[in-house]
Design a protein around this ligand. Structure first.
Ligand code: ADP
Ligand code: MG
Length: 268
């Protein structure tokens, strides 16, 4: 939770939310006749850390994937930074795909499985996309990658290959790799679910540090403690809908909706 947010003079008023980095409006997605997202709307402001919690199968991953068009919403609109994509059924065109490509340039995504390139060193994993996609010169890409690896506590093992790293180190490398593209927002889908608690903690501290730096982050997580302690807001989803969004201390202590109460009782 950034101090800026906590100390901000009008963080509950409309002015604070006037400049969303991410805005989803009425996002709908159906798989095989089953409506998995039933009209999801969420705005996330620069520097916010928003956690998404909810029972397995409620659509959390699908929603996150819709935000960067790894899944194409059937309906609704997604705006990230200055790229807006509006869907109302219909075909996904070449122009839509171009827009999605531009939108994805603003997004870093981290998955439960670390997905590093196995035949590349940690440093190369972080340098590669900036060189290939952004055409950064190797020296610039290397310097930036080393700074990011330092940030996530991995500069000492930059020359190693992913399979020689712990899961926590691999996930931190995956975060550095996503950051190397200088995204406006980081999306995490259960980033610590495959990790033992102490390794998970390494990853969560990196996310807290990024929050301190003002990074915008959306985290799907089962880690109720992290969601409460680190988030500016927590989103509770169930059955393809957002049931409740609130400050974590309010949502955890006095949830407004029966469904939120029932879920929290089952997991806390
Ligand atoms: P969560 O991340 O909250 O556990 P998901 O978004 O992964 O939930 O899944 C929501 C629902 O959508 C589940 O019923 C799941 O089986 C279904 N689903 C997700 N992805 C696909 C897909 N590619 N094809 C068909 N069904 C899917
Ligand atoms: Mg999921």
């Amino acid at each position: 939770m950034s101090d800026e947010y906590r100390a901000g003079p009008d963080h509950s008023g409309p002015a604070f939310f006037a400049d969303p980095v991410v805005r989803a409006e009425q996002v709908r997605k159906t798989f095989d006749g089953h409506e998995v997202l039933r009209g999801i709307s969420l705005s996330v402001t620069r520097g916010e850390l928003v956690s998404i919690i909810g029972p397995s199968g409620c659509g959390k991953s699908t929603f996150l994937r819709c935000l960067n068009f790894l899944e194409i919403p059937d309906d609704g609109a997604v705006t990230i930074a200055d790229v807006a994509i509006i869907r109302s059924g219909g075909r996904w065109t070449r122009a839509d795909e171009d827009a999605a490509h531009r939108l994805r340039a603003h997004v870093g995504m981290v998955f439960q499985s670390f997905n590093l390139f196995p035949h590349r060193t940690v440093l190369d994993n972080v340098m590669l996309a900036p060189m290939r996609v952004k055409r950064l010169p190797a020296e610039t890409a290397r310097a930036e990658a080393l700074a990011l690896l330092d940030k996530v506590g991995l500069s000492a093992i930059a020359a190693r290959y992913p399979d020689t790293l712990s899961g926590g180190q691999q996930q931190r490398a995956a975060i550095a790799r996503a950051l190397a593209m200088r995204p406006d927002v980081m999306l995490y889908d259960e980033p610590t679910s495959a990790l033992d608690p102490e390794l998970a903690e390494e990853v969560l501290s990196v996310m807290r540090a990024l929050d301190e730096d003002g990074m915008t982050q959306i985290v799907v997580t089962h880690d109720m403690r992290f969601a409460r302690a680190a988030s500016d807001r927590v989103v509770f989803m169930e059955g393809g809908e957002i049931v409740e969004i609130d400050d974590p201390d309010i949502l955890y202590v006095s949830p407004q909706d029966m469904r939120t109460r029932r879920f929290l009782r089952s997991v806390l």
